[in-house]
Every structure is written in structure tokens, then in C-alpha cells.
Design a protein around this ligand. Structure first.
Ligand SMILES: [Zn+2]
Length: 264
């Protein structure tokens, strides 16, 4: 809506100065990643295997504020509950969450011509409906206070395009916060759609916006293993990334081998 109030006024978001501080703080990690590349960065990170050991298999949003478990934009709201149930059943989802201030739920409301202030309720209803279809509990509505980001803006400078379905950046402090797209379970086309949502948020007014530029690009990081290789994942998102020019770069890595042994 054109007459929408800026999010700074609606929410207890960060001030312009705090946003710049947060960006600079993340530069300590991002500059190392730009310099060495993700693969070397990951190899140099102690205990990185911990980032591949999920604490649960509950479905959450791709939002960088809701790490852990498995992920779908708005917990799958854009897929519809029938398709989402078909996709996430084989993933062994154990529960479904919704969350406050969900961009995917807002997009869903917009697509359906519904008021923006109903988005949270729509997200909640969808998560409950999907949980019922999967025969698992609805785990609740994650509040801003429980999320690993400020109310506004999004602070993700990375989107993890996860071919392993087991990645949780929040387990390791050296990993920058990022959107997590569970490509392991989502068909290519749906995963690309979710990735586009993530990039548009990060580069737009609900994210770091203009701070993300050619010198400080947003990173899409495909995470590969022997089934979905980092090269194949990188290839399938290359043309989407190219639409954003120098503001987005693709830099993936292979999951550490030890994780495969541990999870079997
Ligand atoms: Zn969300």
C-alpha cells in the first residue's frame, strides 16, 4: 500500500544509526567471507559440524529470525496447505510454527487482496491448518521478542540455499544470520521463488536496502552434499542472482563430510 506508514514508526525497530552499526558489525564476518570465499571460511570455522545438527524438525519460516528445524516461506503459506503437506510429510516434520511480522504471510495477504494487518492471523491459521494435515502439533506463534532479529529491519546479508536440509546458522557464532531455504525438500521452482522473496526483502525497505551494494553484496550460499551438489545448486540459482547485478553474489560450500557419518 502506498500510504503505509514506514516500519520505523509502526514498530520498535532500529534507528537509522543502529541499522548502520548492525551492518558494520556484520562486516567483521562478511569481509572475511568476501575475501576467502564460503568454502574456506567454513573449513576454518571451529566446530562447524554443529551447524548441521538440528535440535528439532519443526517447520519454521525462512526468516533469519526463526532459525532451527526445517524451513518454508511462511511455513509454506504460499504453497497452500495441500501442496505444503505433500512436500513436508516426507521431510519428517514434527510440528509447525508461525511467527510475528511474517513477510511471506504479508505477501499472501496482498495476493489474496486481504488487509495487511490480517497477515499475522493468516499466518497463524495456515500453520494450524498445515499442522493438522501433517498430523503434528501447531507449536505456536513466535513473537518478535523470541526472534533472532529486531522487529525491523531484517538484518540478513546471506540466504542459505540448503541442499542438506540440516543447516542451522544459529548454532555457530561465526556464521552470519541469514534466510534459510530448505531446498533439500522443496522442488527447484518453489525454492527459487522463496529465494527471490528473501533477496527482495534484504535489498528492499524491510532489509538493509541501499547498504547492500556492489562492494557489500548480499550472498546466496548454496549448501551442497553428495545428493545435491553445490555446483548444481549454484547453477539453478545463477540466472535469478544475475537479475540483481553486482548487489548479489553466489558463493556456496559443501557441507562437512563428518555430518553425513554422524547423521546416519
Ligand atoms: Zn516469515
Amino acid at each position: 500500500m502506498r500510504n503505509e506508514q514506514p516500519s520505523m514508526e509502526r514498530h520498535h525497530g532500529l534507528t537509522k544509526e543502529q541499522i548502520e552499526q548492525e551492518f558494520q558489525q556484520q562486516n567483521r564476518l562478511l569481509e572475511k567471507i568476501y575475501e576467502s570465499g564460503m568454502q574456506a571460511y567454513i573449513q576454518d570455522t571451529p566446530d562447524v559440524n554443529k551447524a548441521f545438527n538440528l535440535s528439532d524438525r519443526d517447520l519454521r519460516c525462512i526468516d533469519e529470525g526463526t532459525p532451527g528445524g526445517l524451513h518454508g516461506a511462511g511455513s509454506g503459506i504460499l504453497l497452500g496447505s495441500g501442496t505444503a503437506a505433500k512436500i513436508y510429510k516426507p521431510a519428517g516434520v514434527t510440528g509447525v510454527y508461525s511467527h510475528e511480522g511474517c513477510g511471506a504471510a504479508a505477501l499472501y495477504a496482498k495476493e489474496k487482496g486481504l488487509p495487511a494487518d490480517e497477515a499475522d492471523e493468516l499466518g497463524r491459521q495456515f500453520a494450524q491448518e498445515l499442522a493438522a494435515k501433517l498430523g503434528v502439533p501447531y507449536q505456536g506463534h513466535i513473537s518478535f521478542g523470541q526472534m533472532r532479529r529486531p522487529e525491523a529491519p531484517h538484518i540478513a546479508r546471506v540466504a542459505y540455499y540448503d541442499g542438506t536440509g540440516s543447516f542451522d546458522y544459529s548454532k555457530i557464532k561465526e556464521l552470519p544470520p541469514g534466510f534459510i531455504i530448505s531446498r533439500r525438500w522443496l522442488p527447484e521452482g518453489n525454492a527459487q521463488q522463496e529465494l527471490k522473496i528473501a533477496i527482495d526483502i534484504a535489498l528492499g525497505q524491510h532489509g538493509f536496502g541501499g547498504l547492500i551494494d556492489d562492494k557489500n553484496p548480499f550472498v546466496i550460499s548454496p549448501i551442497g552434499n553428495q545428493d545435491l551438489t553445490v555446483e548444481d545448486l549454484a547453477q539453478e540459482i545463477q540466472s535469478l542472482a544475475a537479475e540483481y547485478g553486482g548487489r548479489v553474489k553466489v558463493d556456496g560450500f559443501s557441507a562437512p563430510d563428518r555430518r553425513e557419518r554422524e547423521s546416519n
